[in-house]
Design a protein around this ligand. Sequence first.
Ligand code: NAP
Length: 303
Amino acid sequence: MYDILIIGSGPSGLTAAIYATRAGLKTLVIAGVPWGGQLQLTTEVENFPGFPDGILGPELMNNMRKQAEKFGTEFVDAAMDPTDFSTQKGTFTVTADGKTYQGRAVLIATGADAKTIGVDGEKELTGHGISYCATCDGAFFRNKNIIVVGGGDSAMEEALFLTNFASSVTIVHRRDEFKASQIMLERAKQHPKIKILTNKQIVKVEGQGRVEGVVLKDTVSGVEEPMAIDGIFVAIGHQPNSKVFQGVTVNETGYVQAMHGTNTNIEGVFVAGDVQDDHYRQAITAAGFGAMAAIDIEKWLRK
Ligand code: NAP
């Protein structure tokens, strides 16, 4: 029997694990596959305090895991099976990879995943020229012409990173205003390899076994035109991973509703990180929520 079962191994889950085990609580992290959350798919992290020269996302996650293990956190590198927490009282039971685990409290820290654009050809050509992760796949697009979809910071960051490989990067954004911060937008605008197309939306991805082009629709005039392209990186935001558990209250977009700190509507089930945060969504805020959750859980268990 564990004191805490932590579901998820991004910055929130691992920070909670560090705090919990350091406080003497027997802690199991059901890490998911792949473990480590969104930072495993990131290159340079420049804004996590403590690393003045930046740190690679996967390296930061490895460090957090090592730190949690040092204090005694146990890990299962598997995904949790769908679980209804509302039918469980006193002790929580979850299964993963055919094994059963029990805990006195649960922390949901399942994070969020990349959104898809949902057009013809996207599913078929994913992994064959369509990617959701520049860090993972950028090197496959050396000297290629590519599109990045989106108008937020993620799109700017991906586009800038992809200039390390690609001959040209075209940012395709469906409006002429950007959610991206001014500094990121300016960096993208000033990069000689980056071109920005506004009021344009991909309506179809074309190619025989590989991306060869797209059909772009002008969102103002409605006119459609083909564009030859070698690859597409989709960077249009994320959706919370809240479907694997039932009984926990979520809002209209699927984010878990935290109440009174990191509690959920179910006594003994807590939440932290991007699965409950549709606003800040930063590694540092996720880590902060993880620390808060571990403190809340420790107090709740001692009661
Ligand atoms: P975001 O800010 O929500 O931006 C998503 C973008 O994708 C928007 O421009 C949106 O268009 C577009 N979009 C959404 N659905 C689309 C669709 N189906 N087809 C075409 N375009 C679509 O998401 P994000 O860029 O992932 O950023 C999330 C948060 O993380 C933000 O707070 C951001 O500041 C932060 N972040 C920070 C950094 C950094 O500081 N280094 C890096 C990455 C992310 P509309 O504008 O029309 O809605």
